[in-house]
Design a protein around this ligand. Structure first.
Ligand code: B3K
Ligand code: ZN
Length: 864
């Protein structure tokens, strides 16, 4: 029987036994037998004579200590233990690996012919035996030998030599002057088209920029390049951080497990997060690309120059870098819309993770497979924790903290405590209590009640904080609680406490607290936890009228959107209750009237208006219920959409026609397209031949945002024309797999009895490939996430489809399998029949003889 994978614990951290003063790597690239020679100088830290090196799936060819063959060692599936070592020595290790058969996309593998690496978190051990942990930093010299049919041989740092070998092959040698941990190592070798550019840094240095894409894709590279230059300039202006090498390279590859990887000076990107032009990419893709290019670039300081001591500290670099990329997007675009995006991700995904069996603190205490912890909790909640510090310290205090952090820790591998200490010491703001956010688990709830005293003109807000059931922390958290009070006319009332005006963001530091506001002339409408000032759930008995008041008048765009979401949620709850007792229910007329008014006025940011018109997604609805009433929820959303369409057909038509877009990339162009698409989405639900004509006409657009908007309207309303439009799209785009991913997603999200059969058939589509994570996510990821009616079919067919796939993926690509299992993690939230059906699939996985550590950790937690 296979041994059970063992967890590692933060509390067991031990510093490394050895440090490495320099590493010399040499690769001779061959698809099934690449030879890797590693030469390093090891220094024992306290007289150790034994050294345990990580290594997985390696063929050991030769082992020399100080130039002499070493025989006193032991090898296991994951370790090479050397004994009888001197206190400092040169270690030379020859290994052999097989990139072409490596479908895990971790270590050195081939992506559509090109060699590339992915080492974070623990992939370097699939390349050579090493101290593969982030607190062992050293300088790297890398020499790559390859056939001349592979023109580009790339690694980190600067190219210092290149040439031809006697046997007619060629080589390149790279030197990275900055010490780095092994997870930041990268090698890429292949034939690419290259877009070159230059960036002059604030101190006047010229940095060469090179973007490598698959042959023929140069016309899709400029947006990523422009994004990179914007990111470099922004990091200088907002954070005073300048790039440090002479060259910055980005390579786009087709087979990649996530979005991108910040390897020093040589980022590797999923091609989906690089390639874009107006014909192939949507406005949303443009935005995502800019933010990911920014994110990876920002890691150069927050992650690479200062890195993590151990993987439990992952949020040190990821939470901070997500915060930085969110600020980048907000400074360059709409702050309100970016905040809406961030909060949607928190509500739909992070809150669900918090409520499920994989719930963990932003600094996890125990881990089986590190790759399972690149989560919305570590990333997005981690960013919210940084954002709270930012709001407590203010921009100036925060920047002082960042400066002190770099002064103290440049070139080091540190902990989240080191970061918080720098923030505290630089700003003088006490953060001891605040640090509990690194330990607590689950989403805290804030119960709010208010009281207005008409005589005394006092409005009091009582807030009590409650930890989630699974939270090991019981002491109160330090919660920044932002508030706005609106008067009858919609004006913000100054917040006067004890005779003084106070800022919007209040501090809640005790279990319960009463905030008392004076000089409040009439009963106000409170905007609570404005801008999502803390990652909490607020419980307050809003009346629909109050929410509509906020939608009209709140000063923050985010707060207006949030109120609209709450209004929809309130309505959904009422509708569910009514349907459950056999009544019918239509969307409340005052809410319809508000939507009508918004559509008629079309003032302010049109892109925000498009968001306001969008119903909360299924996950947001599901989160409100102890047991998710799948069928009723599907019905209610369907009815509400139909209500909006029926009542507002004239306004939607008018708004559609008034939204002029002339193919601009500007915010106005993006907004107009968003508006057109949301209007069309609703209009498709009313039977009107004119609208079918509009949809068909828009589906011929040269602009992918519009084209896809038309297709989505047609498929979601299951219009007669949808098959014809889908077939046309397929014929037009088969040559472009990233575009076909959009088509796969549309197929998967169509709510139709035959969808599951269609999906099984689509496995045979010439563009589909189970070993490519983008394809799998587009087809089956979209299905499980965005087709609740079919995925959660009572007969369990949706679950079986996912289960079947996971069994295959477990063998092909454990990381991808582990991501794709997420929908099953919340099986406890469903009714008995669905629970059983999901458990059957989880049990099938648990019974696999070759179950990967990645899936084991999640399946075991889900079932226990
Ligand atoms: N640091 C990488 C993620 C690595 C994931 C490893 N399974 C990308 C990023 O967050 O920037
Ligand atoms: Zn990152």
């Amino acid at each position: 029987m296979q041994e059970k994978p063992q967890a590692k614990y933060l509390k067991d951290y031990q510093p490394p036994s050895h440090q490495i003063s320099h590493l010399d790597l040499s690769f001779d690239l061959k698809p099934t037998a690449t030879s890797v020679i590693s030469k390093a100088h090891y220094i024992a830290q306290s007289g150790e004579t034994e050294l345990s090196l990580n290594g997985v799936e390696l063929k050991l060819v030769k082992l020399l200590v100080n130039g002499v063959a070493h025989t006193d060692f032991e090898q296991s599936a994951t370790l090479l233990v050397l004994r009888a070592l001197p206190s400092a020595f040169d270690l030379e290790i020859h290994t052999e690996i097989s990139p072409s058969t490596n479908t895990s996309l971790e270590g050195l593998y081939q992506s559509a012919g090109a060699y590339c690496t992915q080492c974070e978190a623990e992939g370097f051990r699939k390349i050579t035996y090493f101290l593969d942990r982030p607190d062992v930093l050293t300088t790297y010299d890398v020499t790559i030998f390859g056939d001349k049919s592979i023109p580009y041989l790339l690694s980190n740092g600067n190219k210092v030599d290149e040439g031809t070998t006697e046997d007619g092959r060629h080589f390149a040698k790279w030197q990275d002057p900055f010490k780095k941990p092994s997870y930041l190592f990268a090698l890429v070798a292949g034939d690419f088209d290259v877009l070159k550019d230059e960036f002059i840094t604030c101190s006047g240095r010229s940095v060469e920029l090179a973007l490598f894409v698959d042959k023929g894709n140069l016309n899709k590279a400029p947006h990523a390049m422009e994004s990179l230059k914007r990111a470099m300039a922004w990091d200088e202006s907002r954070f005073d951080l300048e790039y440090d090498l002479d060259i910055y390279m980005v390579v786009a590859v087709d087979f990649f497990n996530m979005g991108a990887m910040e390897n020093k000076g040589l980022n590797v990107f999923n091609s989906a997060c690089v390639l874009a032009n107006q014909q192939t990419a949507t406005d949303r893709d443009y935005h995502t690309i800019e933010s990911i290019v920014g994110h990876e670039y920002f890691h150069n300081w927050t992650g690479n120059r200062v890195t993590c001591r151990d993987w439990f500290q992952l949020s040190l670099k990821e939470g901070l870098t997500v915060f930085r990329d969110q600020e980048f997007s907000s400074d360059l675009g709409s702050r309100g819309l970016n905040r809406i995006d961030a909060v949607m991700a928190m509500r739909a995904h992070q809150f669900a993770e918090d409520a499920g069996p994989m719930a963990h603190p932003i600094r996890p205490q125990q881990v089986i497979e590190m790759n399972n912890f690149y989560t919305v909790t570590v990333y997005n909640k981690g960013a919210e924790v940084i954002r709270m510090m930012h709001s407590l310290l203010g921009e100036q205090g925060f920047q002082k903290g960042m400066k002190l952090y770099f002064d103290r820790h440049d070139g080091q591998a540190v902990t989240c405590d080191d970061f918080v200490s720098a923030m505290q010491d630089a700003s003088g703001v006490e953060l001891q209590q605040f640090k509990l956010w690194y330990e607590q688990i689950g989403t805290p709830t804030l119960n709010v009640t208010t009281h207005y005293d008409d005589h005394a003109k006092i409005f009091s807000v009582n807030v009590s904080q409650h930890h989630a059931q699974n939270d090991p922390v019981s002491d109160p958290l330090h919660i920044p609680f932002a508030i706005e009070l609106l008067d009858d006319a919609g004006e913000a009332i100054p917040l006067i406490c004890n005779g003084h005006e106070v800022a919007k963001t209040l501090s809640l530091t005790t279990d319960t607290h009463q905030f008392v506001f004076e000089n409040v002339e009439s009963k106000p409408v409170p905007v609570l936890l404005e801008d999502f000032s803390a990652p909490c759930i607020v419980k307050y008995d809003y009346h629909l009228d109050q929410l509509l008041h906020i939608i009209k008048y709140a000063s923050s765009d985010y707060a207006r959107w949030e109120a609209m979401q709450q209004a929809f949620l309130l309505e959904v709850c009422t509708a569910v209750e009514q349907l459950n007792v056999g009544n019918t229910y239509s969307l409340h007329s005052t809410l319809i009237n508000t939507l009508q008014e918004l559509l008629n006025q079309r003032k302010g940011d049109v892109a925000l208006l498009a968001e306001l018109l969008t119903l909360p997604n299924f996950d947001a609805l599901a989160a409100m219920f102890e047991v998710v009433p799948v069928d009723v929820l599907v019905k209610v959303t369907h009815n509400f959409k139909q209500d909006i369409a029926n009542h507002l057909v004239d306004e939607l038509k008018a708004a559609f026609c008034a939204s002029k877009e002339h193919g601009q990339l500007s915010h106005d162009g993006v907004s107009a397209r968003a508006m057109k698409n949301i209007c069309l989405y609703y209009l498709a639900l009313v039977s009107d031949p004119e609208i079918q004509d509009w949809i068909c006409a828009q589906s011929d657009s040269e602009n992918m945002t519009l084209k896809l908007g038309a297709l989505k309207a047609a498929t979601s309303a299951q219009l007669d024309c949808s098959h014809k439009l889908m077939d046309k799209f397929d014929a037009e785009w088969r040559h472009d797999l990233l575009v076909m991913d959009k088509w796969f997603s549309l197929q998967a999200t169509t709510d139709n009895e035959n969808t599951i059969d269609t999906l099984y058939k689509l496995y045979e589509h010439p563009c589909f490939d189970k070993s490519n994570p983008n394809r799998v996510r587009a087809l089956i990821g979209s299905f499980a996430r965005n087709n609740p009616a079919q995925f959660h079919r009572e007969d369990g067919a949706g679950y079986r489809l996912l289960g079947d796939l996971l069994i295959e993926l477990n063998a092909i690509n454990p990381q991808n399998a582990s991501r794709m299992v997420t929908p099953f993690m919340s099986w406890r939230k469903f009714d008995g029949r669905r629970q059983e059906a999901m458990k059957v699939q989880l049990q099938r996985l648990a019974d696999l003889p070759n179950l990967s550590d990645d899936l084991y950790e999640k399946v075991e937690k889900a079932l226990s």
